[in-house]
Design a protein. Structure first.
Length: 320
């Protein structure tokens, strides 16, 4: 049989190994395939191992010519994501188990069981980790920006309701989600999450609340250098989107932008300062205390909503 020399782990997937007799080395190409891909789903549902067999065929097509030039035997080792190994992989593992059994003075069946156990445990761990990486990214960027599941809407509405309630406490007349079908073109856009009457010099303010992330690829490099860069960029986008309609309606466009980690934009801070001044008068409290309370309520609910979004994507698996 010659000497069989290899150590196979899923961490080295897609790498090249040489195994076989001393006279004819074999090039093993490890690949993981899914039986749920559209190309193999029908065959895989009726024939066990169909996806692994298809992957073996693709590997032979891709690598056979080069292996022939090098004098190697091309042996693809394909495994399906649910742990079903291809026929060629089973043949290699059987030969490896025979050699391992003789070397360690154990039975071939025990050596084969050990090989499959280690490989499939590594497969399960790698698949679970890939799922968790997609569902729960390390910095929470995906969870706090993904619109699927309603977490982003929940967070937005929570901040909107706190602002509207605070305005009412300051004896200001407010409307929520205003602006739809008010222009001649019957536009369905709503530039005002909170519409505040008599805000400045008798003009109505259309406050548009938005949460942005400084980890977005289009702003991350700038946000890493300049504090508040992500909020400032979102303020500009909001003005570009809403200024025209707000001008037609005689409103002031005021984007209230907060970064996902709690940093508010310049226009938001100016607006909160003005709101705190009014509420301080009506409540007979210091402006500093009112402003601190407003920021505290907004940021506390921002953090709570972020945690809710992250935990809703958490999959309770054992640590690996």
């Amino acid at each position: 049989m010659g000497s069989l020399v290899t150590t196979l782990t899923l961490a080295q997937r897609m790498s090249w190994f040489r195994v076989g007799t001393d006279d004819c080395p074999a090039a093993l190409d490890i690949t993981v395939t899914s039986p749920l891909t559209p190309a193999t789903l029908r065959d895989a549902s009726s024939t066990a191992g169909a996806a692994a067999y298809a992957a073996e065929c693709r590997k032979h097509t891709a690598n056979y010519a080069k292996c022939q030039e090098l004098g190697w035997a091309c042996i693809p080792l394909a495994v399906e994501t649910f742990g079903n190994w291809g026929m060629e992989a089973q043949g290699v593992f059987s030969r490896l188990a025979s050699a391992l059994g003789m070397h360690q003075r154990t039975s071939k069946s025990w050596a084969l069981h050990t090989i499959y156990s280690r490989l499939n445990m590594s497969l399960v761990r790698s698949v679970a980790r890939s799922i968790l990486d997609k569902m729960l990214d390390p910095l929470g960027h995906h969870a706090t920006t993904c619109k699927r599941g309603g977490d982003v809407v929940f967070r937005h509405n929570k901040l909107r309701d706190i602002l509207a309630e605070t305005c009412r406490r300051a004896h200001l007349s407010v409307q929520v989600e205003a602006g739809c079908n008010l222009t001649p073109d019957h536009s369905h856009s709503r530039p005002a999450d909170v519409l505040i009457s008599n805000w400045v010099l008798g003009k109505t303010a259309a406050c548009d609340i938005s949460v942005t992330s400084p980890l977005n690829s289009n702003i991350m490099s700038e946000a890493g250098v300049t504090a508040g860069a992500a909020a400032q960029a979102t303020e500009l986008r909001k003005h570009e989107a809403n200024d025209v309609k707000c001008s037609e309606l005689g409103w002031l466009c005021i984007p209230l932008v907060v970064e996902s980690y709690g940093a508010w934009g310049k226009e938001a801070m100016e607006s909160f300062s003005s709101l705190a001044s009014r509420l301080a008068i009506t409540s007979s409290r210091p402006k500093s205390a009112v402003l601190s309370e407003l920021y505290g309520r907004l940021n506390l609910n921002l953090v709570r909503a972020n945690v809710r979004a992250i935990m809703s994507r958490y999959c309770p698996l054992n640590s690996f």
